[in-house]
Every structure is written in structure tokens, then in C-alpha cells.
Design a protein around this ligand. Structure first.
Ligand SMILES: [Zn+2]
Ligand SMILES: [Zn+2]
Length: 348
């Protein structure tokens, strides 16, 4: 057959014309010459419809193209390719939209200008305005938190907030934090996450969580509640010696609510639940450990010398082990002496 337009002998596609002539006179995609894309100058999120997204510029641009371009439903297996020059407030962009018209692959090009406009997103403007829904209070039982502990907790909370954000909780942020009453308070943008974070801290450091909420007034004819989540870390720490029911224990690790100890008199490992230790008292930390000089040993006894007093003394071995070091650590609790379970710990 001859094409009525070009006169060549070609397969007729539609209306008496060949595919090439048909495509010359028909477009399957149509779009604006200018696209506006909004970006938050603080967190670099892009606005898409009524939300903000952390997706890449390319993904956001493709979404805008899909929404703003008319693509004929005749075109199947549509693909959009974009290519843009230097990124700035305005950029020139080449768009190629391709697909299949029956079994003919076609591609149409568009040259558009993209205007990048800055506007502070919903979350950043909340954060800027000091917005918070919950307070996470971290305290220690019967003591103040040390400087290192405060630092560790602050880093932990910051990391937890970041990881919750990455998992899709975009609205979560720390508005502020303050060291208060020997502990630290975090002001958080979301009620639910305060508890989640407290739970994670508990898994790591142990302790107890208490929640309370307070009515702080009305907004848009709705009651506004602020939540306070208090985590009280245990009074004891890793490395402490504690006494419980006339026995002494060395805490060598705390995992969540589980406190791993060695009993000093027999070096056996005992794992306590945090609440079992409420009656325990702390007798001291590493200041109770002193080094003695090894003199001699029997199966069940060791002779040591105090290097300051040049005085020798015997101690019963907690179990049948032999000492091979010149220096042996002991623990002095009031007038009692114990061999420090160092070998147990290094074998852990
Ligand atoms: Zn033709
Ligand atoms: Zn933002």
C-alpha cells in the first residue's frame, strides 16, 4: 500500500498513512514549560502534594512529571528519563518520555525549566518554634548521673531518634535538652516515641520506666496533653560491688534488666533481675580493689604480701584454681578480704 502522505510504499498504520507520517502529526505526551519544585532549606526535603519527602531530586522530579504531564493512555510501558544541567535556582531539563504505541517504540522529548523554590517544611517550622509533645527524663536511682553517663545517654538518644527517623518517622526530632536534677531531660516532638526511646534505654542500661500525661490546655478546641516518660536507671553500675543477704557480688555486666555478677566468696556467676537488687546496697567500686604480691599457693589457699606493709597473709581460694601471675588483685570490703574474680572476667 502507498502512504497517502509521503507516497512511499509502506505498511499503513492508521488513516491511510504510514507510522512515520502518523507520528509526525500526532503527539502522545504534553506538559508545561515550567515546573516549580519546593525544597526545605533546613532539612532538604522536597514538597510533594501535601507532604514532604526525603527522596532524591530525580525521584521527586519524576513524580512531578507524572502528575503534570498528560500522557496518552494509548502509550504503554511508559518510561520517563530526565537529564538536567547544573543545579541551581533554575535549571534546564530535558525530559524523554518513551513507550509503545501498539508494537512501535516511540520517544518524545520536552525541554522545560525547573524553578527550585525554598520554603521551610512543616517539621522544621515546628522545630524552630520549640514544639514538643513529650519529655523524656533520665535519672538514676539515689544518685546523680556522672558526666560520662550523661554524655553516653545523650548520644544514645540522638542515635535512637535518627534511626527512628530513617525508619520513616519523619516528624520526630529533639526540640531541646537540659541537664536537670542530676539527670537529663529531652523535649521530643512526638508522644509515642518518648516511650519507645525509654524502652531502648532500658534494654541497654536497665532501670524502671514511669509514664504520666498532663493536660496543658486547649488548642483548636482540642485538649492538649503532654506526656512525660521517666526512666530511672539503677543506682548500681557495671564495676560496682554490692551486698545482698550477707553475700558480696561484683557486677561485671548489665544487659537490660539482667545484672550479671560474680559472688566474691565462690566466684560463681549469678544473674539477677533488676528488681531482685532493690534491697542490695552498693559497697563500692574499683577503689576497693588492690594489688598484692603473690608469695605461694596450695590447692585451696594462697599466700600474698601487701606491698605497702610488707606483711604476708593467707586467703582461701574461692575454687580450685592456680594463680600464675606475680600480682594478684584482692577486694577489701570493711574487714573482709576476697580474691578478685579477674580470671573469670578475662575468660568472658
Ligand atoms: Zn508516510
Ligand atoms: Zn525541613
Amino acid at each position: 500500500m502507498f502512504c497517502v502522505e509521503c507516497g512511499k510504499e509502506e505498511k499503513i498504520f492508521r488513516n491511510g498513512v504510514c507510522i512515520r507520517c502518523y507520528l509526525k502529526n500526532n503527539r502522545f505526551t504534553k506538559g508545561p514549560e515550567i515546573l516549580d519544585i519546593y525544597i526545605c532549606p533546613k532539612c532538604s526535603s522536597y514538597k510533594y502534594k501535601n507532604t514532604w519527602t526525603q527522596e532524591s531530586f530525580e525521584k521527586v522530579l519524576k513524580r512531578h512529571i507524572k502528575d503534570n504531564f498528560q500522557i496518552s493512555s494509548e502509550l504503554k510501558k511508559v518510561q520517563i528519563k530526565t537529564d538536567w544541567g547544573e543545579k541551581g535556582k533554575k535549571l534546564s531539563c530535558k525530559i524523554a518520555i518513551s513507550g509503545y504505541l501498539e508494537d512501535h517504540e516511540i520517544s518524545e522529548k520536552h525541554y522545560i525549566t525547573i524553578r527550585i523554590k525554598g520554603v521551610v517544611c512543616d517539621i522544621c517550622s515546628k522545630q524552630f518554634g520549640g514544639y514538643f509533645e513529650a519529655t523524656l527524663q533520665v535519672r538514676a536511682n539515689k544518685r546523680k548521673l556522672t558526666k560520662e553517663e550523661l554524655e553516653t545517654i545523650r548520644l544514645n538518644v540522638e542515635n535512637l531518634v535518627e534511626s527512628l527517623k530513617v525508619k520513616g518517622n519523619r516528624g520526630l526530632f529533639i526540640t531541646d535538652y537540659a541537664e536537670e536534677h542530676g539527670g537529663i531531660d529531652f523535649y521530643l516532638s512526638e508522644k509515642g516515641s518518648a516511650y519507645t526511646i525509654a524502652k531502648k534505654l532500658q534494654e541497654r542500661f536497665g532501670g524502671e520506666i514511669k509514664q504520666s500525661s498532663k493536660n496543658v490546655g486547649m488548642k483548636d478546641s482540642r485538649q492538649i496533653f503532654r506526656m512525660t516518660c521517666l526512666i530511672r536507671l539503677p543506682s548500681y553500675r557495671k564495676g560496682d560491688f554490692i551486698s545482698l543477704d550477707n553475700s558480696y557480688f561484683y557486677i561485671f555486666s548489665i544487659r537490660g534488666n539482667k545484672v550479671h555478677t560474680f559472688e566474691l566468696s565462690n566466684w560463681t556467676e549469678t544473674v539477677f533481675d533488676g528488681k531482685d537488687l532493690q534491697k542490695a546496697s552498693i559497697v563500692g567500686g574499683k577503689e576497693l580493689v588492690t594489688e598484692m604480691i603473690f608469695v605461694s599457693q596450695l590447692n585451696d589457699e594462697i599466700q600474698l604480701m601487701d606491698p605497702k606493709m610488707y606483711k604476708t597473709f593467707e586467703l582461701k581460694k574461692p575454687k580450685n584454681i592456680s594463680f600464675t601471675t606475680k600480682v594478684v588483685k584482692i577486694v577489701k570490703i570493711e574487714d573482709k578480704l576476697f580474691l578478685f574474680p579477674e580470671q573469670n572476667i578475662t575468660n568472658k
